[in-house]
Write a protein that binds this ligand. Structure first.
Ligand code: HEM
Length: 405
């Protein structure tokens, strides 16, 4: 008989990959009592749940997971309502909006952070760069006042603490709910002002977008902006920390990327496969569903283990090796519906910000490599990632010889 690995235990957190392997091999469909969910660990099953060709799954679980902190967002929507919302927001994250409006925002915000430490010779890439950069980018894209970035960052911290609050700490829960109120008090007047007087920023685009005669309400726009803190902030934050942790612990691959910057996109794709920022995503079954290992009854919560699917030996050769040159993963095609890893999910809710995230990583990593030519790990690096639903290195102290100019 199989002892169910407890996905909420400290042993699991320190090395989930070992438990993932035994789940894939021995118990691909596992009941987990604490989360009252069926845990799914094989690539083919996680892919099937995300693609949901037969309409067997909903995202009703987000009503209790994220509604208390974000309100009703695109993630909770389904069917036509979701399709319209997607059509309203998606164009802002690709094509000419991304290229002409937001690439300069990304470049500027990365540069500003690097300028604060480039002359010092040492930095914690997590605290001083990764946790700041994507949040600043979102605030700047929305056209918020620079003097508000610190408050914005405070809400970001409270939101991700709320979403990762597995022990149910009451203070963290209350702080998250307070954030929802404060965020609304801050955003709603700005949203009304942009409706009256639209500018060139993302917030104005969201306020004025129209599809089939439908527009987003003030509350819809506010909830979407709130979602961006977690969906666009924490994920990209952990991806940047992850790419550096992986490259610094594989110095020959770091040197290859330094010599050929076009390899950053491969390093990004392999980081998302090997150490995805989001490890678990839940769905709700609308009917009985057959998966490897048995039947999930209608009305169940299903926990999809992205971190396990991405290391499935049936799908990847030598899955526990970080290799930016692997042939079973293509960087160029990582954003199509046929993505080579599951870090952005698949199907209807496939990450809207995937291209933006890739641009942030390509620009940010390129600028950091330029500013830190002999980048190396400093003492105190803890290679163990932290977190269960989302994971990443807690800190990343590095040293380098400062370059002038
Ligand atoms: C959806 C991961 C960056 C905005 C998702 C989902 C995943 C994901 C796994 C699917 C959630 C589900 O199906 O339940 C990531 C990762 C990122 C990243 C790993 C960075 C490496 C971003 C960025 C933005 C963003 C930069 C925007 C600024 C969104 C939104 C959705 C989403 C709005 C919901 C889409 C929908 O419901 O239709 N992301 N994301 N993400 N992501 Fe990302």
């Amino acid at each position: 008989s199989v002892t169910a690995p407890d996905i909420l235990s400290p042993e699991f957190e320190s090395d989930p990959y070992r438990a993932y392997r035994s789940m894939r091999q021995e118990s691909p469909l596992l009941w987990h009592e604490a989360t009252k969910s069926y845990v799914v660990s094989r690539y083919e099953d996680v892919e099937r749940v995300f693609k949901d060709k037969a309409g067997e799954f909903t995202t009703e679980n987000y009503d209790w997971q994220i509604e208390p902190v974000h309100g009703r967002t695109i993630l909770q929507l389904s069917g036509r309502e979701h399709a319209v919302r997607r059509a309203l927001v998606a164009p802002a994250f690709r094509g000419s909006d991304l290229r002409d409006k937001f690439l300069p925002v990304i470049e500027r915000n990365s540069r500003e952070l690097i300028d604060r430490f480039r002359h010092t010779g040492s930095v914690d890439l997590v605290a001083d760069y990764a946790t700041r950069f994507p949040v600043n980018v979102i605030a700047d894209m929305l056209g918020l006042d620079k003097s508000d970035y610190e408050r914005f960052h405070g809400w970001y911290t409270a939101v991700i603490a709320f979403l990762g609050n597995l022990s149910g700490d009451q203070d963290v829960a209350r702080a998250g709910e307070r954030t929802r109120v404060e965020f609304a008090e801050y955003m709603l007047p700005i949203i009304r002002a942009r409706r009256e007087n639209p500018g060139d920023d993302l917030l104005s685009t969201l306020c004025t977008a129209e599809v089939d005669g439908v527009r987003m309400s003030d509350e819809d726009v506010k909830a979407f902006c709130s979602l961006l803190l977690a969906a666009g902030g924490e994920t990209t934050d952990k991806a940047i920390a992850g790419i550096f942790a992986n490259l610094l612990t594989h110095p020959e691959q770091l040197e290859a990327v330094r010599a050929d910057r076009s390899l950053i996109s491969r390093a990004f794709a392999e980081t998302l496969r090997f150490t995805p920022p989001v490890h678990m995503i839940m769905r709700q079954s609308a009917s009985d569903v057959e998966l490897s290992g048995g039947t999930v009854p209608a009305g169940s919560t299903v926990t999809c283990l992205i971190g396990s699917a991405n290391r499935d030996e049936e799908r990847y050769r030598d899955p526990d090796t970080f290799d930016i040159f692997r042939e079973d993963l293509s960087a160029t095609n990582a954003f199509s519906a046929a993505a080579d890893h599951l870090a952005f999910a698949l199907g209807r809710h496939f990450c809207v910000g995937a291209l933006l995230a890739r641009s942030e990583v390509e620009i940010g990593v390129g600028q950091l490599l330029d500013a830190m030519p002999d980048l190396r790990l400093a003492d105190g690096f803890d290679p163990v990632e932290h977190g269960v639903f989302t994971r990443g290195p807690q800190s990343l102290p590095v040293r380098f010889t400062p370059v002038s100019g």
